[in-house]
Write a protein that binds this ligand. Structure first.
Ligand code: SAH
Length: 347
């Protein structure tokens, strides 16, 4: 099964189910996935500087700690100057991609985001800008792309409509989320999607649908991470996603999408102290340390016990460097675009 997945990038549903559900194939899967990542990216790990610039959100996703109904969450927004100062700090630490992520905050209008993006691009023309601000109209995405944004992250969360309904209120729809993803692709963004592993009510069949949707979308970036409960949400008592399920899926994704940019996420590092290293060894090739000011870190609490909320960016950069090395890879500091040709290793 693993050989066939490696050779053809695909498997029938019943065999995917076996690989997803059984840990006995784990080691073999990780080894094969690591071979594939080395073929395209060597031992390079790309870093992205994450700037969580607002935790205001108009949405009410049942799993997310910054949902609007969480009245206990202390809300914050970073101003343009604060965002630019995160970029300056990040640039000096070697970051060449800035990821601006936030809740769905209408305060950040089309114009304001365009202005922030073009300012960052003017100051750091050798850097990529990734946006992750949720679902917005086509015109907003278009304006931000024209202002200089290169990439956009929007996880589809689940590709099954019934499952989507169990995780989100009626005001949201899977159809709109998918439309946004197609719009982003049409505009020309390097587009990222993905889903949580082990989210409430998720079945193996749902996960297979996620993989099938990704095959259709053909994203450049795929983010997955374990679901982790947050005490002030309707799913506060649900159990967290399993480490090994997420690792097996990282490996399956690497075999299905050999050239994709796949992060070892903070959520993976939160459910297990070695989670991110194991993620890299299972096929991931990106890490996204936090560049947000320490004073607001704890407030971007999408799930409980999120790691790296106390240290300065420089400290976490050094710490992560060691972790990556210990897993057998190395952090590189170039822009880190997706690999488009065979045997591609960026200078
Ligand atoms: N508002 C933006 C960014 C959301 S935060 C957007 O809609 O895209 C980024 C990701 O964190 C989400 O896409 C979701 O998959 C993940 N996330 C949210 N709550 C989580 C939780 N409780 N556990 C694990 N991951 C979570």
């Amino acid at each position: 099964m693993i050989e066939q997945l490696y050779k053809t990038g695909d498997l029938p549903d019943n065999e995917l189910k076996k690989l997803i559900e059984n840990n006995e194939y784990g080691q073999e899967l990780y080894k094969k996935a690591d071979n594939v990542r080395r073929k395209y990216y060597g031992t390079d790990v790309y870093i992205r500087g994450l700037i969580e610039f607002t935790n205001y959100c108009k949405n009410d996703c049942y799993y997310c700690g910054i949902r609007k109904s969480n009245t206990i969450a202390e809300r914050y927004r970073l101003g343009k100057e604060e965002i630019l100062s995160c970029c300056k700090n990040g640039y000096e630490l070697g970051f060449r991609t800035f990821v601006l992520q936030g809740g769905e905050d209408t305060y950040f209008s089309n114009e304001l985001v365009s202005c922030i993006v073009s300012e960052i691009k003017k100051l750091y023309p050798d850097c990529a800008i990734t946006l992750s601000l949720g679902e917005r109209p086509y015109n907003d995405y278009k304006a931000w792309f024209n202002a200089g944004a290169d990439r956009y992250l929007l996880r589809h969360e689940t590709a099954n409509d019934k499952h989507y309904r169990k995780l989100h209120p009626d005001s949201m729809s899977l159809e709109n989320r998918k439309n946004c993803l197609w719009n982003l692709k049409k505009i020309g963004y390097q587009t990222g999607s993905g889903f949580m592993t082990g989210s409430p009510y998720q079945t193996t069949e749902n996960i297979i649908e996620d993989l099938r949707f990704l095959q259709e979308l053909k994203p450049d970036m795929i983010g997955i991470g374990p679901y982790i409960s947050h005490q002030n949400t309707p799913f506060g008592n649900n159990k967290n996603g399993d480490l090994h399920l997420c690792l097996r899926l990282l490996a399956i994704l690497r075999l299905m999408f050999p050239k994709a940019l796949i992060p070892a996420t903070t959520a993976l590092g939160t459910i297990d102290p070695k989670g991110r290293e194991l993620g890299l060894m299972a096929g991931a090739n990106i890490v996204m340390p936090n560049l947000s000011p320490v004073k607001v870190r704890k407030q971007y609490q999408i799930y409980d016990n999120k790691i790296c909320t106390d240290e300065e960016a420089a400290e976490s950069r050094v710490y992560l460097e060691k972790k990556v090395l210990s897993a057998g890879y190395k952090i590189v500091t170039h822009i880190g675009h997706v690999c488009l040709n065979e045997h591609f290793l960026q200078p």
